[in-house]
Write a protein that binds this ligand. Structure first.
Ligand SMILES: *[C@@H]1O[C@H](CO)[C@@H](O)[C@H](O)[C@H]1NC(C)=O
Ligand SMILES: *[C@@H]1O[C@H](CO)[C@@H](O)[C@H](O)[C@H]1NC(C)=O
Ligand SMILES: *[C@@H]1O[C@H](CO)[C@@H](O)[C@H](O)[C@H]1NC(C)=O
Length: 431
């Protein structure tokens, strides 16, 4: 009997001692473990981790590493294929800018094209909301590294741009930002730096990446919905606005209230790589007359921008510096996909279209059926670098396009059912 009590007593004491020691160990670990290491490893929340470090260098890093991303959270898309994260990195003046400006630039970019943001943000002084995508942990690490690099090297990006993220449902559990590497990246060579980071991703085991459907429309919605101002200008990141566009649009939108269903089209040109970005419409038309600029996708797929009516827009080369309506779009056709400014009450981008094909033009098509009127603005414009020539599509791209074409058959019937209109006779037409 006495012996039994004694054994129980011993067990209790042992348990107490064990728990106490364990508790102390945990406390010590919590106090010292994460973040203070030179090279951060697998940090979930760097901004919290750094708070405990007294080292001045680390505090410096804290200022440049404001990543708000917990991969255990995020919101799922409707099909549970992608996870979306809002405001992963927020420009220091982003909130303020959305109050100051009437239009927010909503754009999307894969890691490969991210360097275009430098030129975009040097032309657009208003708020920029950018959505991007990572398909693997390695890609995510490089993406975050490059975003932090852009912020470190470019005050405009640090101030004015907010970044949002989509990831695949494949297990992305952790990320790490190599802060030692970040400090070493050369601010004078953003394109080379990016190429270096991307090259690693395209090698060997990562080759599959090129074929993974890139969720363009998810990213567009993500960028749009994180804009806080009334109007949005939705672009792809390699579409460069003419200089000072945000300010001149503010004046225009202050005078011309968009009543009802309207959208303002900004003409898009492609530019020969050898020229300088045209500072005004007169110069753009001069380049066009010399064959150094032409309507976007003119040779690749003319319907893409044709209804904008560039000959009409170009007919007046110097129509002052105030933004005004040049003319309405009168010959809307299926597959027209202009870049436009509109209040963000326009239809969403349908997320059943992933990868290539029917992503932007299906949304513009719905706007048209819903009764939106498109007005072309002047003298502002956007440009894409490089004269595009027709190339054969890689098979994976053709495949994605075919899948989306099948989706479009269902989509057009839904649009017909929703609006009870079929102005382009799409129901009887084969697409
Ligand atoms: C965006 O950031 C840059 C640099 O801070 C600034 O010059 C530009 O005007 C910004 N937009 C505004 C209105 O702050
Ligand atoms: C447009 O830009 C060109 C080239 O810089 C310049 O020579 C011209 O004066 C500008 N025109 C107007 C109307 O501002
Ligand atoms: C472009 O405008 C001209 C002149 O108003 C008109 O005759 C022509 O039909 C228009 N073309 C398109 C594609 O809208």
């Amino acid at each position: 009997m006495i012996q039994g009590t004694c054994r129980l007593w011993n067990i209790s004491i042992s348990a107490l001692v064990f728990l106490t020691v364990y508790n102390i160990m945990l406390t010590v670990r919590l106090m010292y473990a994460p973040g203070c290491a030179r090279k951060q490893s697998t940090i979930q929340k760097p901004q919290i981790v750094y708070q405990k470090c007294d080292n001045a260098d680390e505090k410096q890093s804290e200022a440049t590493t404001p990543i708000n991303l917990d991969l255990g959270l995020g919101r799922w898309d409707n099909r549970h294929r992608y996870k979306l994260f809002d405001s992963v990195v927020v420009g220091q003046k982003y909130v303020l800018l959305n109050e100051l400006y009437k239009t927010c630039l909503a754009t999307q970019s894969s890691i490969e094209k991210m360097a275009s943001l430098i030129e975009v943000s040097s032309h657009w002084n208003g708020p920029i909301s950018l959505a991007t995508f990572a398909a693997s942990e390695e890609e995510l690490n490089n993406l975050l590294l490059y975003i932090l690099y852009l912020r470190r090297c470019d005050k405009r990006i640090r101030d004015n741009v907010s970044f949002h993220l989509a990831v695949t449902k494949e297990r992305l559990k952790r990320y790490e930002v190599d802060s030692a590497k970040l400090e070493q990246l050369d601010c004078d060579n953003p394109v080379g730096t990016l190429q270096q980071l991307v090259r690693g991703l395209q090698k060997g085991a990562n080759k599959w990446r090129a074929k993974l459907p890139y969720p363009q429309n998810h990213l567009r919605n993500l960028a749009r919905k994180n804009c806080q101002s009334k109007y949005i200008f939705l672009t792809d990141v390699d579409i460069i606005p003419s200089k000072g566009m945000a300010e001149s649009l503010d004046l225009f939108l202050g005078k011309t209230e968009c009543k009802g269903r309207c959208a303002y089209v900004i003409p898009t040109y492609e530019l020969d790589e050898r020229v300088l970005f045209p500072p005004n419409k007169t110069e753009l038309i001069r380049l066009a007359n010399k064959g150094l600029a032409r309507p976007f996708h003119h040779k690749v797929f003319i319907y893409n921008q044709f209804a904008t009516n560039f000959s009409r827009w170009q007919s007046i080369a110097n129509d002052g510096s105030d933004v005004h309506i040049s003319h309405p779009v009168t010959n809307f056709e299926f597959l027209y996909e202009p870049f436009y400014i509109a209040p963000d009450t326009v239809p969403q981008h349908d997320e059943r279209f992933v990868g290539y094909g029917y992503t932007r033009n299906s949304q513009v098509y719905e706007m048209f059926v819903a009764g939106y009127e498109f007005q072309v603005l002047s003298p502002i414009f956007t440009c894409h670098w490089g004269l595009q020539v027709k190339r054969t599509r890689p098979p994976w791209r053709e495949h994605q396009n075919n899948l989306n074409r099948k989706q479009f058959d269902g989509f057009k019937k839904e649009i017909f059912a929703r609006y009870n209109k079929d102005p382009l006779n799409m129901i009887s037409r084969k697409t």
